[in-house]
Design a protein around this ligand. Structure first.
Ligand SMILES: Cc1cc2nc3c(=O)[nH]c(=O)nc-3n(C[C@H](O)[C@H](O)[C@H](O)COP(=O)(O)O)c2cc1C
Ligand code: SF4
Ligand code: SF4
Length: 253
């Protein structure tokens, strides 16, 4: 998603793009420095209406800005982006970035094949292209990053508490993915995709924290990774029943 916006901006501003992934533990062991002439687009998925709480401290620790103009972009899975844009902007601002716009764009919900599966689509891309035009116009009006306006993003709110189909609390904090060993051929793709480094080299044991990101499930060519926690599955069914309408993207500028 950040790459798409960066691509639009790169063309419109005639500047090169550098993509930096922060998904893996090893990416988050380094520090990253950005100057006043670098336009930063920081993107995270929305988890429980906020920035993923296990990643947020890493972002605060490793990212450093010197008045860098910045865009806070969150993706969300058709339910709610909550206050993730405000929190992401706070992370950027607290280390010196000048956040002048933020956005929340819908993408596929990793929990389900059925939730917003075709997003982002051509309408989303057109909206993002229009946002890029607005960004260019704001940048051209500012002499330096000190002149950039600040969007109204509100306060950072509470975490969303997931519910089951019967609308009682779904408790799956400790749920971890299982492996269908009849289909696993121990290729290690899931091990290498885990942002928490939580899957052991045996490709099966999840000895570390699981944030339910589904990177292992999605990376498995054999579809051998799965969740069977009853509360988790009930929550997914609940989401599938309530998040049927097309959710809108939101641009703060
Ligand atoms: C633990 C977890 C919590 C999530 N919470 C929300 C949420 O509160 N609202 C929402 O619309 N989508 C939620 N999602 C869906 C993700 O925001 C969506 O799938 C994500 O933006 C995909 O980005 P990724 O492919 O970079 O992981 C959640 C996903 C996970 C794994
Ligand atoms: S990605 Fe799938 S097949 Fe490969 S080790 Fe993991 S579970 Fe097994
Ligand atoms: S869902 Fe899989 S990849 Fe994501 S944190 Fe849990 S074990 Fe790691």
């Amino acid at each position: 998603m950040a790459a798409k916006l960066a691509g639009f901006l790169s063309k419109k501003l005639s500047v090169p793009v550098e993509n930096t992934a922060l998904n893996l533990m090893e990416d988050r062991e380094k520090e990253y420095f950005f100057g006043p002439d670098e336009l930063v687009i920081l993107t995270v998925p929305t988890y429980a209406d906020r920035v993923p709480n296990k990643i947020e401290p890493d972002l605060r620790r490793i990212l450093h800005f010197d008045k860098s103009p910045a865009v806070a972009l969150v993706s969300y899975g058709n339910r709610s982006y909550g206050t993730a844009p405000a929190e992401l902007a706070d992370i950027l601002k607290s280390d010196g970035a000048k956040v002048f716009t933020a956005g929340a764009f819908v993408c596929r919900h990793v929990f389900s094949e059925f939730l917003s599966k075709a997003r982002p689509d051509r309408y989303d891309r057109a909206e993002m292209d229009g946002w890029a035009d607005q960004i260019v116009s704001v940048i051209h009006q500012a002499e330096s990053s000190d002149d950039l306006p600040e969007p109204e993003l509100g306060e950072i709110g509470e975490y969303y508490k997931p519910l089951k189909e019967d609308m009682t609390p779904a408790k799956f904090l400790k749920a971890k993915p299982k492996t269908d060993i009849d289909h696993c051929y121990f290729c290690g793709l899931c091990v290498r995709s885990c942002p928490m480094g939580s899957i052991d080299d045996d490709c099966i044991t999840v000895s570390g924290v699981c944030i339910k990101c589904h990177a292992c499930v999605r990376s498995c060519p054999e579809r051998a990774k799965y969740f069977d926690d009853p509360d988790f599955l009930s929550h997914v069914k609940m989401l599938e029943s309530i998040c049927v309408e097309r959710a809108e993207n939101r641009i703060f500028i």
